[in-house]
Design a protein. Structure first.
Length: 211
């Protein structure tokens, strides 16, 4: 079992790192501006599920390998950055379709697509990979035994904070979007803004340090 002091220290550290907007948050905000609250919340769901991937990798020992290998880390980082920029370009290209989409609402395929896209962003988020691979293990207590379960518990706390933080940002952005939806031109501007924001997140990820 993780000592109570470790749990408190980890929760505080995770909260500080998570509430500062990173790729997951900015992606959700971009989705909220481009497609509304529903799409943003689906993106948050996908990103949270994706964030569980590096957590599972750490639990099974793969996180240390990824953190120690600059090449593997760079490959993951560039893949995530390229995907983000692709989604941003698509949002700008399809900005004129937002009015129709707003009136009809996304179908089931749209729901799955939003979740899948969020999943890829969450799974390739360098901030999450570094946190789970390098920071999370520091708060476990090997002498207490059952190390995998300790890591899973700490990771679950982190994912819980992520859900609350990302959802809050998404809802806030979705509320601000309402004003823009009163005019088709405003809505197109929102689509372009959301797309540019997502491209900017991808660029920042690509230019971030290796470790």
């Amino acid at each position: 079992m993780v000592p109570a002091s470790h749990l408190v220290a980890f929760t505080l550290a995770a909260f500080v790192l998570i509430v500062i907007p990173g790729p997951n948050v900015l992606f959700a905000i971009g989705r909220a501006l481009a497609h509304g609250r529903r799409a943003a919340l689906l993106s948050v769901l996908g990103a949270t599920l994706g964030s569980a991937v590096p957590l599972v990798a750490v639990v099974f020992g793969l996180g240390a390998i990824l953190a120690a290998s600059a090449i593997l880390f760079t490959v993951v980082k560039i893949a995530g950055a390229a995907y983000l920029m692709y989604l941003g370009v698509m949002a700008i290209r399809h900005r004129k379709q937002l009015v129709g989409a707003l009136q009809s609402g996304p179908g089931a395929s749209g729901t799955g697509r939003m979740v899948r896209q969020g999943f890829v962003v969450g799974a390739t988020n360098p901030k999450t990979i570094v946190f789970f691979g390098a920071v999370l293990p520091q708060f476990a207590a090997p002498e207490a035994g059952n190390l995998p379960w300790q890591l899973l518990l700490l990771g679950a706390i982190c994912l819980g904070i992520q859900v609350l933080s990302d959802t809050s940002w998404a809802l806030l952005a979705g509320t601000a979007r309402t004003w823009f939806t009163r005019s088709p031109r405003r809505l197109e501007a929102v689509g372009s803004t959301g797309g540019l924001m997502i491209i900017g997140v991808g660029a920042s990820v690509a230019l971030s340090g290796n470790h």
